[in-house]
Design a protein around this ligand. Structure first.
Ligand SMILES: Nc1ncnc2c1ncn2[C@@H]1O[C@H](COP(=O)(O)OP(=O)(O)O)[C@@H](O)[C@H]1O
Ligand SMILES: CC(C)(COP(=O)(O)O)[C@@H](O)C(=O)NCCC(=O)O
Ligand SMILES: [K+]
Length: 242
């Protein structure tokens, strides 16, 4: 069994896989890391390998106490990926974005793919049908937008995300919800429309902590899967074993 671990900028996500089947999934913060991994290893003693993709600031030494019990594979820029990377700065490309692109290629062969990861940041990644990774976009995620409205102003409160009742916000809180939530929805819909002017056909994968919240409000047909990064980590590992 394999434990896939995705260290994002807000939370750590982990999932236990046997071949392509996901058995169990966990979400926690970095302060809970050692304790949670210990519990997962006790619950699933057949885990032989941990596969890690990190863009967060968890110190790699956090893994050292588990080294004797399982193999630990860190996905890095040196890992083999199933696409040609056309990013002008491949060494600064987020490992999470590379793993998402790999998962899209392995799960959806021979087609154009747009992957949208609505996490701390919203990332857009495009891999064409010839398996060329072209790049995409990075914008602030939903919670980051609420936090920055509060942090960089004197008068705006810190709100938790909520669907606006009206498009035209008729109070401070409604204006903020409309600005953040309708803003993100408009951004994603309009990015997709923009890709459509360049590519006649592509599949869209939506993932990240806000995927389910956003999926029901988006215009385009989208394949929402909050475990897509973890599944892609498992597949990237298998691809490297071949
Ligand atoms: N319990 C939660 N705690 C924190 N963020 C959450 C939670 N549930 C949903 N979210 C949303 O998930 C987003 C973070 O997504 P996630 O994929 O975990 O980020 P990252 O991979 O960057 O750590 C935030 O914008 C937030 O709105
Ligand atoms: C853009 C990101 C901060 C997104 O992180 P996340 O929202 O998944 O926590 C991460 O992919 C990253 O640090 N990227 C490096 C820059 C780049 O991809 O070009
Ligand atoms: K992201």
């Amino acid at each position: 069994m394999l434990l896939a671990i995705d260290v994002g900028n807000t939370r750590i996500k982990a999932a236990v896989f046997e071949a392509n089947t996901l058995f169990d999934a966990f979400i926690f913060v970095k302060e809970e890391f050692a304790e949670k991994i210990e519990i997962i290893l006790q619950q699933h003693p057949k885990i032989t390998t941990m596969v890690v993709a990190s863009v967060g600031n968890l110190d790699p030494s956090a893994f050292s106490s588990f080294e004797k019990r399982t193999k630990i594979e860190f996905i890095s820029h040196k890992t083999k990926f199933p696409f040609q990377n056309l990013y002008a700065t491949p060494n600064t490309l987020g490992i999470d974005r590379m793993v998402l692109a790999a998962g899209a290629v392995l799960q959806f062969p021979k087609q154009n793919r747009l992957i949208i990861d609505a996490g701390t940041c919203i990332t857009y990644d495009f891999v064409d049908a010839d398996d060329r990774y072209l790049g995409g976009a990075i914008s602030p995620g939903i919670t980051l937008r609420y936090e920055s409205l509060h942090h960089f102003t004197a008068k705006l409160p810190l709100l938790t995300k909520s669907y606006p009742e009206n498009f035209i916000g008729n109070s401070t809180t409604e204006s903020m919800h409309s600005g953040v939530v309708n803003g993100v929805i408009s951004e994603i819909d309009s990015f997709i429309e923009n890709y459509k002017t360049r590519y006649a056909k592509f599949i869209i994968i939506l993932t990240g902590g806000d995927a389910d919240f956003l999926a029901k409000r988006l215009k385009n047909t989208i394949f929402a899967n909050s475990n897509f990064l973890l599944e892609s980590l498992n597949q990237t590992f298998q691809y490297n074993q071949k």
